[in-house]
Structures are given as C-alpha cells and as structure tokens.
Design a protein around this ligand. Structure first.
Ligand code: DP6
Length: 330
C-alpha cells in the first residue's frame, strides 16, 4: 500500500463493565486483568494526521481544549512508534477534536489514542488488521485498544505485546443497551488514570480485587450472552464500586466522586425501587454512566433532565469501533 501521507479517523470512547485498573507492564500497558466494554455512539474523537517534508517538527492541536507539554509528548511518543514501524522520517501535523470535554472521566484517552493510531497508521501507509491496530492503540492508552473493534468488546489481558489486545464479542446491533452519561461537573480530574493506577498496590483491597475479577469476567460474559439485564446491571455496579473502593483506599487516596456523583447514585437506587431499572458505573471522574434498556430510556432521560445538578446528558447506544473518514480537519 502506498503512503497517503494524510488521513483522518473517528473513534468512539468506550465504557468498561469490568474495569481495567492496574498494569503488569507499565511501558507496554499490559493490564493486570482482562476487561469488557461497549463502544459509545455519541462520545468520540475525530483526528487528522499529515506527514510532510516541509514540517519542521511534530505538532499537535486539540481543538477547543488546552494540552500540556506532557500530553503532547505522549502523543508524539505514540506516533514515533508508528513512524518507525513504517520507516517514515517525516514530521507530522496532528489535529484532533473531541465532541465532549476531556479529563472529566469520559474516557478521552480511549477515543483519542484509538483515533490517533488509526489516522497515523493510514497516513503512514501501513496495512494492519484490527488486532494489530488494537495492540498499537494499547501502547498509547490501555483502554484505547477497546475502541478499535466493534460493539461489545473484550480486552484479553495477555502477558506480552502480541497477546494483549481487544476483540469484538458482539456487534453493536446485538443488544439495545443504552449508556446515558450524566455530566455532573465539568471540573478536570486531579489525578490521571495513568498516575492513579500506579497506586493500586497501596490499597489493602488490591489482592482481593484481582482474586474476584476473573470470576466476574466470566459472570459478565454469561449475563451478556443471555441479555440478562438485571444480573448484568447489578454486576456492573458492584464492579464499579469495587474499583472505586481500591481507588479510595489507595495512598494518596483517589477520590474521584463529587457530592453530586453520590446524589445521583442514591437517586438511581431509589428509582430502581420504583420500577425504573437502571444501574450506574463510574470511571476515573465524577460523571455517572447509567445503563438502561430501551424500554426505560425515555423515563430515565426525563428524570435526569429534571435534576438541576445534572449539567448535560449524553445518550449512547453501542456502536462500531474506529473507522477512517474522508473528512479532514485541515
Ligand atoms: C477507570 O486506559 O485511561 O476508565 O492505560 O494509563 O492510559 P492508561 O489508562 P486508561 O485507564 C482507564 C481506567 C478506567 C477503567 C476502564 O476504562 O477500563
């Protein structure tokens, strides 16, 4: 395949039902445990990458957001891996845009590094399959490897670069499951997922979590297969609380929730008692992901819209993974 030198891609973020928290290998981002997620239809990153002789240095612009030099370095380190694979010596111009705020726990690093991987690989003229793309995306951000395949996805932890990648369990059409994100604050998190994960071993519950996670993976796969929403939802909540228990009891303690996060958790439990079957899950951040089946989507949305402290809701259904697009950002 010839080098195109310019390419664009769009990647969804994803929500993990069984979470990734902690690494076996920091550099290769090999996780301590496998995880299962769903790609989100309405939170995504669009990225354009171009290589050209007249570019004097690599540049990265995230439209409508500020980026730190550390974040830029992470982007450049990632494209350098792809450049050396493709034997490209040119500098790159990279422009990205998220349709949602970054660093609030909506998984911008997942959609960001998945889109960056696809656009850079295309621009560099590499011909890679989804498994190879997933392995590469993982090097940028672990959860990004799950935004490559379609629909409902499993990231097999593995123990080496070759066997740690994500693959599709079910297509997006498999289940009309919705993830309604309730944004309770636009405040940026103080500790990134990468930094936070480094503390995992300081939690007294760390070993307990690892002991139970494999059984939970099996159970969740089973509930997903049966589309057993009740057991699926209960397990998602338990899993999120389990991960946050490890975060809260790490030292220095990681407390990502705000009072509004807790308010919403309590309301969801109350709504459940009143026949609105919905379950929550939360990543590194304060915003709440609420899982609901189609029959209850309207009811849930209207309840959320009545809450003053919920700034915005984003309704997501399962979607395909990363794809190229002819729409360039410059
Ligand atoms: C809580 O993938 O952002 O969202 O590999 O260091 O970039 P790095 O971490 P990241 O961690 C995601 C953590 C999580 C759980 C999950 O998505 O599985």
């Amino acid at each position: 395949m010839g080098k195109k030198l310019k390419a664009s891609s769009i990647s969804p973020a994803n929500i993990a039902f069984i979470k990734y928290w902690g690494k076996k290998d920091k550099k290769l981002r090999i996780p301590l445990n496998s995880s299962i997620s769903m790609n989100l239809s309405h939170v995504y990153t669009h990225t354009t990458v171009e290589f050209a002789k007249n570019f004097k240095e690599d540049t990265f612009k995230l439209l409508n957001e500020k980026t730190s030099s550390m974040e830029e370095k992470r982007v450049f380190d990632h494209i350098n891996i792809i450049k050396s694979k493709a034997l490209i010596n040119l500098k790159a111009k990279i422009v990205s845009v998220n349709n949602f705020p970054k660093s609030t726990g909506l998984s911008s690093s997942a959609s960001g590094f998945s889109a960056l991987t696809m656009a850079t690989v295309e621009a560099a003229g590499l011909n890679l399959n989804k498994k190879e793309l997933s392995q590469l995306a993982r090097l940028g951000s672990g959860s990004a490897c799950r935004s490559i395949p379609d629909g409902f996805v499993k990231w097999q932890a593995g123990d080496s670069h070759k066997n740690s990648y994500a693959y599709s369990l079910f297509s997006p059409k498999y289940w009309k499951l919705y993830d309604v994100i309730a944004i309770v604050s636009k405040q940026k998190k103080l500790t990134s997922s990468t930094k936070g994960q480094e503390l995992i071993k300081t939690s007294p519950f760390f070993k307990k979590r690892l002991k139970s996670v494999n059984n939970n993976l099996k159970l969740l796969s089973h509930y997903l297969k049966k589309k057993d929403f009740t057991n699926f939802g209960i397990l998602c909540e338990q899993e999120a609380l389990n991960m946050h228990a490890v975060m809260i009891t790490s030292w220095p303690s990681l407390l990502y929730w705000t009072p509004n996060t807790l308010k919403l958790i309590k309301l969801i439990k109350k709504w459940r008692q009143n026949n609105l079957e919905a379950y929550f899950t939360i990543n590194t951040g304060q915003d709440v992901h609420i899982l609901v089946e189609e029959a209850n989507l309207e009811k849930l949305s209207s309840k959320l819209k009545q809450l003053k402290f919920v700034k915005k809701i984003i309704i997501n259904k399962p979607t395909i993974g990363v794809r190229t697009t002819e729409k360039h950002l410059f």
